[in-house]
Design a protein around this ligand. Structure first.
Ligand SMILES: NC(=O)C1=CN([C@@H]2O[C@H](COP(=O)(O)OP(=O)(O)OC[C@H]3O[C@@H](n4cnc5c(N)ncnc54)[C@H](O)[C@@H]3O)[C@@H](O)[C@H]2O)[C@@H](O)CC1
Ligand SMILES: Nc1ncnc2c1ncn2[C@@H]1O[C@H](COP(=O)(O)OP(=O)(O)O)[C@@H](O)[C@H]1O
Ligand SMILES: [Mg+2]
Length: 274
């Protein structure tokens, strides 16, 4: 088993080239945020913007429009239930589906449309409600560059492994049956990628607050849009998320997602120049 380290993240997050523009750093689409969980989509989108994504759009329930624009004017918005969803998917390089999506029939319909429209070359991060829906409805895995970000209960639903049975060996075997990269989140997150297992020692209980995982999806999306290869981008994102939370936690009892997001640009600057 390998460890996620700051050196690994340093090798990924490099200074920006001069001859670039917003299209050079990824077009991210976040699909999530129903009427109840709009905050999840806003945190995911905010994390993507603050982690350097070139362009970020959010396909969500229109009830979230004012809140999203007020919190994050950098992001664009569309109605996830409208036909604009397919157009936005076509234009994206990286798609996140699931944060705050919910698990009702409307959410299932949106998820199926995402799975039908996504293309093999695109990166698709499947999180939260989307993982629960895939497991509950036995959906076929879409043909794309997949990244799964289950917490332990979502991993139980997806892998069939009860929490006490989620040993590294058992989870690795289960992850082998699922295409793509599996980020199995917990107080000690493991990333399963091919035959390799990476352990994340960064992070701590200050992160145990709603929205921490939503924030991770945005950082992974931003890194996938900016850095290659995909595997290194995901590993660096997982480390950076937890390490920035550790920095916040030095002076704060809780590492609120919005605090972690706020700290991202300064830490990435430091990382890129070290
Ligand atoms: N502000 C917001 O809008 C937020 C929206 N959220 C969204 O809410 C939806 C449901 O998310 P939930 O995570 O509640 O999922 P679930 O509805 O799958 O709930 C998981 C349940 O398992 C329990 N549990 C036990 N051990 C756990 C562990 N190790 N890790 C996580 N849960 C554990 C939790 O307390 C919870 O009751 C997702 O779409 C998510 O993105 C959450 O991220 C919270 C914040
Ligand atoms: N005690 C802890 N130690 C380290 N990391 C934690 C701890 N509790 C939560 N986390 C991290 O916080 C995130 C929680 O994700 P998740 O449960 O999906 O949150 P949400 O859905 O509310 O956004 C994961 O990245 C997890 O590793
Ligand atoms: Mg979550």
């Amino acid at each position: 088993m390998k460890q996620l380290t700051e050196q690994l993240a340093q090798a990924v997050v490099r200074p920006r080239q001069r001859n670039t523009y917003k299209g050079s750093f990824g077009k991210i689409l976040i699909v999530g945020g129903n009427a109840q969980f709009g905050g999840a989509a806003i945190m995911s989108a905010s994390a993507a913007v603050y982690a350097g994504a070139g362009l970020v759009s959010v396909a969500t329930d229109p009830v979230n429009r004012s809140a999203l624009h007020a919190r994050l004017p950098e992001a664009m918005i569309l109605d996830a239930a409208s036909s604009a969803l397919e157009t936005a998917i076509r234009q994206a390089t990286v798609i996140v589906v699931g944060p705050g999506l919910g698990t009702d029939n409307a959410a299932l319909a949106i998820l199926k449309r995402v799975f039908a429209a996504v293309e093999q070359t695109q990166v698709l991060i499947i999180d939260g409600s989307a993982i629960t829906l895939v497991a509950a409805h036995h959906l076929d895995y879409p043909n794309a560059q997949l990244i799964w970000t289950p917490h332990q209960v979502e991993w139980q639903r997806l892998s069939g492994l009860a929490l006490p049975d989620q040993t590294v060996t058992a989870s690795q075997q289960a992850a082998r049956r699922i295409p793509g990269i599996v980020v199995a989140k917990s107080s000690q997150t493991h990333v399963f990628v091919g035959d390799d297992v990476y352990e994340n020692m960064a992070g701590g209980p200050a992160m145990a607050t709603g929205g921490s995982g939503d924030t991770l999806t945005g950082i992974i999306a931003a890194f996938a849009g900016q850095f290659q290869p995909l595997k290194q981008a995901v590993l660096a994102a997982v480390f950076v998320h937890s390490h920035v939370a550790d920095i916040v936690a030095m002076n704060s009892y809780v590492a609120l997602p919005t605090m972690v997001i706020q700290e991202l640009p300064a830490y990435l600057k430091q990382l890129s120049e070290s």
